[in-house]
Design a protein around this ligand. Structure first.
Ligand code: SF4
Length: 293
């Protein structure tokens, strides 16, 4: 459970000092707004949130929100985010990035993060294209989709993020759409509240380079699985929803709490690294700081 504060928090508290430079209409605006709303509605203070991203258009998000943040390397947000959480349990840690970042170069980290179950949130802003590099096929581009890098059609099957997450042992698996903020706020709040690794694949259309997976496409082709009676404690039912053809389900596919990675590490769980004595004298600490910082 993330730390909340007694003072009243509003969306304004999360307004960044720099305005986003995403293309007008980019789905990432919706994700940013929903994340700010979710944190504010949960009364989590900005100083208790760390957002870590990889590389890509969506990975610029930490620069546009007033929390601690780190813009790291392509596909490497998760190792850094997990390290941060293990060192400082009091913060709520959120990693974010695109489908190329998380399901392409970073997919190895993703699978192990899911089975490891560090208590944090991971948001993929999924636009089914490489936007920053101007429109190449990504891990979630559809079969036969024509892009700059596959002008005759994508010969590969797309990654199924929901099926991947459920099979990797993820304890919270959800999918949302940036154009449906009402549902997405509830999903993000549940993910942040969840004790363990929470994964949300969020459709976030690229208006500039993907003319297939548009906002209109998602409005017409998604449905709410909770409204359809889905039981998110049932793994088999979650798999069945993940493998559906036709309309695309959004909502919480699977959720089951289990011990987090950090709990059995008693030495750091009781006193996180950030609160432990350095174990070296002050002069040596100052020398090391001067050398490395
Ligand atoms: Fe968004 Fe696509 Fe523009 Fe990148 S290129 S900012 S993903 S619309």
């Amino acid at each position: 459970m993330p730390e909340t504060t007694d003072r009243e928090i509003t969306v304004k508290d999360f307004k960044g000092h720099i305005n986003p430079d995403w293309c007008p209409g980019c789905g990432d605006f919706g994700v940013l707004n929903v994340l700010q709303r979710s944190l504010a509605e949960m009364n989590i203070a900005p100083e208790n949130v760390m957002i870590v991203s990889g590389i890509g258009c969506s990975s610029n998000l930490p620069g546009f929100i007033n929390t601690y943040g780190m813009h790291t390397l392509h596909g490497r947000s998760l190792p850094i985010a997990q390290g941060f959480k293990l060192a400082n349990h009091g913060m709520h840690v959120i990693a974010c990035g695109g489908d190329g970042d998380g399901l392409g170069i970073g997919v190895g980290h993703l699978i192990h993060s899911m089975r490891r179950n560090v208590d944090m949130t991971y948001i993929i802003m999924d636009n089914s294209i490489y936007g920053l590099t101007t429109g190449q096929t990504s891990p979630t581009s559809g079969f036969n989709m024509k892009t700059k890098s596959t002008p005759f059609g994508n010969p590969e099957l797309p990654v199924n993020p929901m099926a991947l997450a459920i099979s990797a042992g993820c304890s919270f698996v959800a999918r949302g759409f940036s154009g449906n903020p009402k549902q997405l706020v509830e999903i993000y709040k549940a993910a942040i509240q969840h004790k363990g690794f929470a994964f949300i694949d969020t459709f976030s259309p690229c208006v500039t380079f993907n003319k297939v997976n548009t906002a209109q496409y998602y409005r017409e082709n998604t449905y709410d699985i909770q409204e359809d009676g889905h039981d998110s404690s049932d793994m088999q039912a979650a798999f069945a929803r993940a493998m559906e053809d036709g309309k695309i389900g959004t909502g919480i596919f699977y959720q089951k709490e289990r011990p987090t990675y950090e709990e059995p590490e008693k030495e750091t769980f009781d006193i996180p690294l950030v609160d432990q004595p350095l174990g070296v004298d002050e002069n040596l600490a100052a020398e090391l700081n001067a050398q490395f910082l």
